[in-house]
Design a binder for this molecule. Structure first.
Ligand SMILES: Nc1ncnc2c1ncn2[C@@H]1O[C@H](COP(=O)(O)OP(=O)(O)O)[C@@H](O)[C@H]1O
Ligand SMILES: [Mg+2]
Length: 307
């Protein structure tokens, strides 16, 4: 493999637990330098997919490569990983915990401790550098663990539900950290069932449900799977306007709502003006990633298994 190969490549990954194909033929290409989201409801198979990619569990079928290695463990020192179940030694001080995680990936302790202090300062956690893990709030401990997963400056960072368990302030810090890691040159692969974060930070994403990939593309492409909605307000209320509007138009207050016609809105606006209805107000709303997600996985699936 060459440097131009994707950071992560997976072809027809299958993982069975008993009779169940929890990962059911997943294909994945994560370009180098991308922030890539694996989205799906609870129970979709995200964690199992990530664990299989990292070589923590072996796939039953298919193949995958990480940073050009078909045996993921060979890339281990160049990978950072935040597992879904968090955990640090409670009696370690924060900076030592970060340095310890770095040491597990081949970073010398001295450098680890220096970087740990710098990174904690930069993340606004400077006051907690010498605090024991057990004294930290759950969210702060999670950020410390996150810093521990990047202290060795990995080329690939894999984060499993990193936003879960963080308050909005710390979620923002995490978004900033993900962007900073990408700007440093790392590839970031993370899972989430919360669309808002993915919508803001992802370059590309895959949506999975029931162990299968249902969508792959950019955030814009995902949103584009649903038509935009038009809200139109006539200049003067007149009953006959419905005849001119698309068939799906439904009344909404003094105005109407309908899907943006495939051919665009210009022709319709001309007709509305010619017929004397005028334009009292007009807005076009693009669907959000959440709407696209619900449409792609289905409303029932979007609710997911109980967490
Ligand atoms: N070790 C396991 N043994 C049996 N079933 C498992 C195991 N790990 C996960 N599962 C099941 O596989 C499905 C997918 O789990 P998971 O990959 O954790 O999904 P997600 O991370 O998308 O919530 C779930 O139904 C879960 O209960
Ligand atoms: Mg999971």
């Amino acid at each position: 493999m060459t440097v131009n190969d994707p950071a992560v490549f997976a072809e027809h990954l299958v993982k069975r637990f008993g009779e169940r194909r929890v990962v059911d033929g997943i294909d994945l290409i994560v370009p180098r330098g991308a922030i890539y989201g694996v989205l799906g409801p609870n129970g979709a198979g995200k964690t199992t997919t990530l664990r299989t990619l990292l070589g923590i569990i072996e796939p039953d079928e298919g193949r995958r490569s990480i940073l050009g290695h078909f045996s993921p463990r060979e890339a281990s020192d160049r990978v950072g990983y935040l597992p879904e179940e968090r955990g640090l030694y409670p009696s370690m001080k924060a900076r030592d915990a970060i340095a310890f995680m770095g040491a597990l990936r081949g970073l010398d302790r001295r450098t680890g401790r220096t970087r740990a202090a710098e990174m904690m300062e930069a993340a606004g956690l400077g006051h907690a550098i010498d605090e024991k893990i057990k004294k930290l709030s759950k969210g702060m401990a999670q950020l410390v663990q996150l810093l521990g997963s990047v202290v060795h400056r990995p080329d690939l960072l894999v984060l499993d539900e990193p936003f879960s368990g963080l308050d909005p302030v710390n979620q923002e810090k995490l978004e900033a950290l993900i962007l900073a890691e990408r700007d440093r040159g790392a590839t970031v692969l993370f899972s989430t069932h919360i669309m808002a974060h993915a919508e803001r930070v992802c370059d590309r994403l895959a949506i999975i449900a029931g162990g299968k990939r249902r969508f792959e593309g950019t955030v814009d492409e995902a949103r584009g799977t649903l038509p935009s909605r038009v809200r139109y307000l006539p200049a003067r209320p007149q009953a006959g306007v419905a005849e001119v509007l698309p068939h799906d138009a439904t009344p909404d207050g003094d105005g109407w709502r309908f899907q943006l016609p495939r051919e665009g809105i210009e022709g319709l606006l001309v007709t509305l003006i010619e017929r004397g209805y005028g334009i009292g107000g007009l807005s076009i709303e693009r669907p959000g990633l959440h709407d696209a997600f619900v449409r792609i996985v289905g409303r029932d699936a979007a609710e997911g298994e109980p967490a």
